[in-house]
Ligand binder design. Structure first.
Ligand SMILES: [Zn+2]
Length: 298
């Protein structure tokens, strides 16, 4: 499970792998595994004999532009299939994902007012904001506000982000380095090697919302992906990996065959297709990468 391939200076969740390292990782993966499309994985695993190479599938979540720019040429050069799960409402907008905008304010902006009050979930929350020299303190505030925003409806997230932008005097329009793909880029990247999957409309924490909202987020993102690519979309990834029984039912009702969580395990022999585990990949050298995919419990 990847998210981004880029050199970025501030990356609080470790979402980015540097292009050189990504190339080394995929080279190593191709050497030790037979890398197949996600939609082939379960059938091929059933028919695989023990003497054959173990299988692997590569996925990317969210739909960052740097995947188009940096990951795609490497995947093409190494002939490595991949599934890209796209958050559809942010495609082609001038906004960044809310967590990047929040990191921009709290972790990348030197001068900020020393206190922040936000009305979150019906109550006023106050934060003391440490100076930039206290990065640990800034990071703590960042994670607290991130946690408060994560479960809110998308409109509320956007309103609070606008407030934080005004409070900080930060321009929160999308930076080229952090933007999502355009619809044209999603269309271009979708080919025999790269398959598009859905990742909701707005990247909510699905179980925090009603069954109706969950179904709309899931089913409408599938329709949006199909409209962009002109092909059937069969796979889904749960934002933040979060899912409840209601979420899984909605994914089934929306017509998906496969859905990915972030449970850090190998897929194994008899997996549940709508709760497939995945292994997070960090900005690791090839040896560490190899070690961690062999033993995800590390
Ligand atoms: Zn995501």
């Amino acid at each position: 499970m990847y998210h981004r391939v880029a050199d970025i200076p501030v990356d609080p969740w470790g979402l980015a792998v540097q292009p050189v390292r990504f190339e080394k990782q995929i080279t190593r993966l191709k050497h030790s595994r037979r890398v197949v499309h996600l939609h082939e994985l379960l059938d091929l695993e059933r028919s695989r004999t023990p003497s054959e190479k173990p299988l692997a599938a590569v996925t990317f979540d969210d739909g960052y532009h740097d995947v188009y720019l940096n990951a795609r040429p490497i995947l093409q050069r190494l002939d490595c299939p991949m599934t890209l799960f796209v958050t559809t409402e942010i495609i082609g907008t001038a906004r960044e994902f809310w967590w990047d905008a929040l990191a921009r304010v709290l972790l990348e902006t030197e001068y900020l007012p020393d206190s922040l009050t936000l009305h979150v979930g019906g109550k006023d929350c106050h934060w003391r904001v440490p100076p930039f020299s206290n990065l640990q303190g800034r990071d703590r505030v960042f994670r607290e506000i991130w946690g408060a925003l994560r479960v809110l409806p998308h409109q509320a997230q956007r309103q609070l982000l606008t407030k934080i932008g005004i409070w900080s005097s930060c321009d929160l329009s999308a930076r080229e380095m952090h933007r999502a793909m355009t619809a044209q880029e999603v269309r271009n990247i979708s080919d025999d090697l790269i398959t598009i999957g859905a990742h909701t409309l707005t990247h909510p924490t699905l179980p925090a919302h009603s069954a109706d909202i969950q179904l709309r987020e899931i089913a409408d993102s599938r329709r949006a992906c199909e409209e962009i690519t002109g092909t059937a979309v069969r796979a889904f990834a749960y934002p933040f990996g979060d899912h409840s029984d209601v979420t899984v039912r909605a994914v089934r009702e929306a017509g998906f065959d496969l859905a990915c969580t972030v449970d850090a395990r190998s897929v194994g022999h008899n997996p549940a297709p709508l709760t497939l585990p995945r292994i997070y990949v960090g900005n690791w050298e090839a040896d560490e990468f190899q070690m961690r995919i062999e033993d995800p419990s590390l």
